[in-house]
Design a protein around this ligand. Sequence first.
Ligand SMILES: [Zn+2]
Length: 240
Amino acid sequence: MKYTEIRKNIWQISDDDGVYCTLVRGDSLAVLWDTGYGKQDIRSFVEENVQTEYIVINSHGHPDHIGGNRQFENIYAGEDAFDEILYFSKTISSAPVRYNLKKLNIGQRLDLGGIHGRIISLAGHTKGSVGLLIEEERLLLAGDALNPCLWIFNYGAMPTNQLKKTLENLEETEFDNYLCGHSDKEIPREFLKIHMKNITSMSIENSVKGITIGFETYESICEDKNGKSIIVYDRKLLID
Ligand SMILES: [Zn+2]
């Protein structure tokens, strides 16, 4: 496993180029945020690098974030993500799922010892997408929900008006930077302004039609001083 120390006790770890899980180590509890493709023994990596109890949380149900779930007995997720986790786990393996899915509530606070996490809804990319706000660090672990190239299609994806609501809610949320599941660099919250600009102005006419992992999609691009937002969506989900 490769890892990058983002901040003290916060590591971005990878079992495959381009997909990252996050390990957060508190004084009494650690969190493994996502399990990657499951190509390597992520459980041993965690147990070699954590001296406390730990829990495993899925940010959402896509296969590149839940592939290592089968290495563990218990997986925590937002209740709305259970269905997408079970759906995509079947695309990875036909073997029955043996781990227990355990519910995290939106707003739930996790005391890791010296550091606290809070579960927030990031519905849009998928219905069950959640973020973990590391309060003392003002850092949000966002899974795929706020990726610079944001996908809104495939099983579980929500209409674009839900993504807009999530972006509005984040304007009231206290954080400075976020981490996403496909980069080991922090992204400043200002970047979300360009996503908001994109989502409020997007139209079929100004989007480019294409095929993305086998799905017919439309791509809307918006660029300014904050960066470049790409939203790839299913036209049926474009709702004002
Ligand atoms: Zn995803």
